[in-house]
Design a binder for this molecule. Sequence first.
Ligand SMILES: Nc1ncnc2c1ncn2[C@@H]1O[C@H](COP(=O)(O)OP(=O)(O)OP(=O)(O)O)[C@@H](O)[C@H]1O
Ligand SMILES: O=P(O)(O)OC[C@H]1O[C@H](OP(=O)(O)OP(=O)(O)O)[C@H](O)[C@@H]1O
Ligand SMILES: [Mg+2]
Length: 280
Amino acid sequence: MLRIAVPNKGSLSEPASTLLAEAGYRQRRDPKELVLLDEANGVEFFFIRPRDVAVYVGAGTVDVGITGRDLLIDSGAEAIEHRALGFARSTFRFAAPGGSMSTIDELAGKRIATSYDQVVRKHLGEKGIDATVVHLDGAVESSVQLGVADAIADVVETGSTLRAAGLTVFGEPLMLSEAVLIRRTGEEPEGLNILDRRIQGVLVARGYVLIDYDIHRSHLDEAVKVTPGLQSPTVSPLHDGEWYAVRAMVKKDDRNKVMDSLYDAGARAILVTPILACRL
Ligand SMILES: Nc1ncnc2c1ncn2[C@@H]1O[C@H](COP(=O)(O)OP(=O)(O)OP(=O)(O)O)[C@@H](O)[C@H]1O
Ligand SMILES: O=P(O)(O)OC[C@H]1O[C@H](OP(=O)(O)OP(=O)(O)O)[C@H](O)[C@@H]1O
Ligand SMILES: [Mg+2]
């Protein structure tokens, strides 16, 4: 039985459960449920606070978990990133009241509020900056206005929370984060390969589409260069002997550019279809 920790609330919770459901696992109906046995798939889910996922995985009380890269790093737990999951993407930035700071050197001697103490301390240490880290559990953006800090270090996605608090980012991002599947440092737990393959199948199905088109044999090589596929495209002769049907996977985000290039290369009847699931 593979034990999997899943965030029970916050930004990671819903997309993590959606990913697992698309990968064929049972997911809880009631957000108060803390444990869920999925016997048919040989796994057990534990719904815990996002920040605690890495702690449980590192302690070995669960085998794997879904959390944010930033939370994993901040935890200092004996756990490593196994696979990036492509959702809950964010940056981690310093910010201060509009225009008051423009380089991180100006943080010297100042108070920095954050929920990610270890990430901030490590970064300041590497840059040789001596500042005071003020720990807050959340709503860090309010701390400057409320007088407990001079600057903040926090998760930024759209930037709208910062703007609403009158704060502006400065310096380089401390890190780029997204949801990750983690496991304990060392040997891979038994059963992780099946979970991982299923998750990878969902991520590929989300990120790729199938493209089909017809092309005259005189332009086949040119067209195939535009759609090399993952392995190699399927090429089938049409009945007339002059044209070929081609099928390949392409990145979903590239599909319109690829269709334009194919059309210019002489391809016709270009069709794009979604992929529901796959195993590579
Ligand atoms: N607006 C956002 N966009 C993308 N990712 C985000 C956003 N806010 C938080 N995250 C990511 O979500 C994870 C933290 O989750 P979240 O902030 O929901 O939990 P929490 O702060 O521990 O819990 P709560 O806010 O419920 O007290 C981190 O990996 C963080 O990078
Ligand atoms: O750049 P934005 O799109 O505005 O998103 C970033 C905000 O979202 C998260 O807050 P959350 O809602 O988790 O509240 P919290 O600070 O209490 O954790 C994060 O801590 C930022 O405050
Ligand atoms: Mg939060």
